[in-house]
Design a protein around this ligand. Structure first.
Ligand code: SF4
Ligand code: SF4
Length: 435
């Protein structure tokens, strides 16, 4: 792995030994593989209206023209017109669309990985219905093949391949679960041969947020459910989905779903992680012939079911709170009502942010950005948009339902000496169970 800069001073990382030509061709072949009918229709549809620009937190926060969503697709679009579009042979013959150069790809790495959280706000703004976030995700596949992704993400990719998780070796997982049980005084289930519910985790819960491991157990035990964590399939965050490593993405998705099937689970519960929801809930069907063999729900949907089941009762917190809508859960996943319903049962009066629900601003750290230190300066600028809205709403508390959003927002608060704690919906439910 090597970090360097282009001739114009743009930083990029590079992985693997390849000639310049092979690296460029690997990226191009990767892009061409993505140009299916839907991607092609999207490529042809852009009318250059610029409406997506003001939807992007990185552009709005910095005013930097390079960060407009459509600019982030330029080389991908160029590759499409030159290699796959209806006029590709003519464009090539007359040199109308030039070949994408390696230098352009190197400069592009920053735009695709540092300056995009795959939040989909631009997609919502586009009058032509172009799913820009999806195209950026597809463009990442070619960049992964070419060894042009941030080193931090590549490191997590390698760790996940070796360990089954970027946070811990699989053989340590059961110990972590049992230690969390001891620390928080909760009975844990791990590696049961049979269970109705398979509960999965994200790296944040194996490091900063271990209380969440015990909180799920506390709620499941109280409801009398038959559930387990499992060392063979526990990691739901899916770094392959973020890095453009589709082989790893498939492997990680299959690992949790196949484990659920093996133990006879009817429901696979995803952790408080937005991208886990995108990877498992929406993309898994690709590898199961269109029908996933198990019900997959996000932790917030599980909490909604729990509070509505009558099997748990909650104390009223009697406070006001603003809710940060995780992009992959709410905008991309449509889970807007569930967190608000749970907050209602907790006796929380929601003071909505100016932009909320499907229009909420991203935390600035999704899509792997929070793990990529090179992106810190623009991530902190984007954070200021959220901070301003939270302050304007004037609520007592600030709550979210994604561990990565929570880490990103907590880091932002620390950076700006902002005394707002970012709380987890799951933890609040567990803390307010009536005995
Ligand atoms: S997906 Fe989000 S971060 Fe990426 S370009 Fe669109 S608005 Fe910006
Ligand atoms: S909003 Fe849609 S049509 Fe307009 S520039 Fe952006 S991608 Fe193109």
């Amino acid at each position: 792995m090597t970090a360097t800069t282009t001739k114009t001073g743009v930083p990029f990382d590079v992985q693997g030994e390849m000639s310049d030509t092979d690296r460029r061709d690997a990226a191009m072949n990767g892009f061409v593989r993505e140009f299916g009918a839907i991607a092609a229709a999207h490529m042809e549809a852009c009318v250059r209206c610029g409406m997506c620009a003001n939807a992007c937190h990185f552009y709005v926060a910095t005013g930097e023209p390079a960060y407009t969503p459509i600019n982030k697709l330029r080389p991908f679009e160029q590759a499409y017109h030159r290699n796959a579009g209806p006029f590709a042979p003519i464009y090539r013959l007359f040199g109308i669309v030039p070949r994408v150069s390696l230098e352009e790809l190197q400069e592009w790495e920053r735009l695709l990985f540092d300056a995009c959280t795959l939040c989909g706000r631009c997609t919502l703004a586009c009058p032509m219905g172009i799913d820009i976030a999806e195209l950026i995700k597809e463009a990442r596949h070619g960049m992964y093949k070419a060894g042009l992704i941030p080193d931090r993400l590549q490191l997590m990719d390698r760790t996940t391949k070796a360990w089954g998780s970027p946070a811990t070796p699989a053989e340590d997982f059961a110990d972590i679960i049992n230690e969390a049980g001891e620390e928080f005084g909760v009975m844990m289930n791990v590696d049961k041969d049979k269970a109705d519910y398979l509960v999965t985790v994200a790296p944040a819960e194996l490091s900063e947020h271990t209380k969440a491991l015990a909180d799920v157990a506390k709620i499941m035990n109280r409801m009398g459910l038959d559930w387990t964590y499992h060392s063979e399939g526990f990691e739901a965050s899916n770094i392959g989905y973020l890095n453009g490593d589709t082989d790893l993405q498939e492997k990680m998705t299959r690992r949790i779903i196949d484990t659920a099937v093996k133990i006879g689970a009817k429901t696979l519960v995803l952790p408080e992680c937005g991208h886990a929801y995108g990877a498992a809930r929406w993309e898994a069907a690709r590898w199961y012939g269109g029908t996933v063999p198990v019900r997959i729900i996000h932790m917030t949907e599980f909490l909604q079911e729990a509070v509505n089941s009558g099997k748990i009762k909650l104390k009223s917190m009697d406070v006001t709170a603003s809710f940060h809508d995780p992009c992959q859960l709410v905008r991309r996943g449509g889970v807007t009502k569930a967190p608000r319903e749970v907050l209602g049962k907790l006796g929380v009066t929601v003071k909505e942010l100016e932009n909320h629900g499907s229009l909420g601003w991203c935390c600035g750290g999704g899509g792997g950005v929070v793990s990529n230190v090179r992106a810190d300066p623009i991530r902190f600028k984007a954070f200021e948009l959220k901070k301003k809205e939270v302050e304007a709403a004037g609520a007592d508390r600030f709550i979210t339902a994604c561990g990565q959003c929570r880490i990103t927002l907590t880091q932002g608060a620390k950076k700006f000496s902002w005394d707002k704690k970012v709380e987890s919906l799951l933890e609040l439910v567990a803390d307010n169970l009536v005995d």
